[in-house]
Design a protein around this ligand. Structure first.
Ligand SMILES: [Zn+2]
Length: 181
């Protein structure tokens, strides 16, 4: 089948946030990925099941919060459209914001790489290539069922596009491609 081309998909129905891969800055803070004064890198993965036996997608991340005035995050990954077989390498860096709570704690925010809004979550909808804020992707909520037990992958509903990563490239190779080193 063909005819859809390699452009981003157009949808007549608003995509829901539940159908997206999402990155949650608060969760990253809870899991120790985001810490003031630290520089970290690693992999963030999505799984098809609660036991985390089947990994469906992953991205590389780099967080630099050594300078608490100017922290930033970087995400890099490959999106493969299984319909057109087009692969796209994405590597984006954008600022983080740190706010200080009255209790003395800190709170991190992503900056949407597109509009610059300070947000807690960024989303990658099916058929798209970039993580953006909810407004930029024009996303809606279907219901109140946002209690994910695990980061459920959506390829059951959208088999056309999956984030493919380790199956095609070793992390070292991707790192080389991403950094040019
Ligand atoms: Zn945005």
């Amino acid at each position: 089948m063909g005819g859809f081309g390699s452009g981003e998909w157009r949808s007549y129905v608003k995509t829901t946030v539940e159908a997206c891969h999402s990155l949650d800055v608060n969760r990253w803070a809870r899991e120790g990925i985001l810490r003031v004064g630290e520089h970290r890198s690693g992999w963030w993965a999505w799984f098809a099941d609660a036991e985390k036996s089947e990994q469906t997608a992953s991205i590389g991340y780099e967080i630099d919060a050594r300078d608490s005035e100017r922290p930033w995050y970087r995400i890099y990954y490959t999106v493969r459209n299984t319909w057109t077989e087009e692969k796209r390498e994405v590597d984006e860096t954008a600022p983080l914001t740190v706010t200080y709570l009255p209790s003395g704690g800190t709170r991190f925010w992503f900056t949407c790489p597109n509009c610059g809004r300070r947000v807690g979550k960024i989303y990658l909808p099916p058929g798209k290539y970039y993580f953006r804020c909810r407004k930029c992707h024009d996303l809606t909520y279907t219901s109140c069922r946002e209690s994910h037990k695990y980061d459920r992958m959506v390829y059951r509903f959208f088999p056309e596009l999956v984030l493919k990563f380790g199956r095609y490239f070793s992390p070292g190779k991707i790192w080389k491609m991403a950094t040019g080193k």
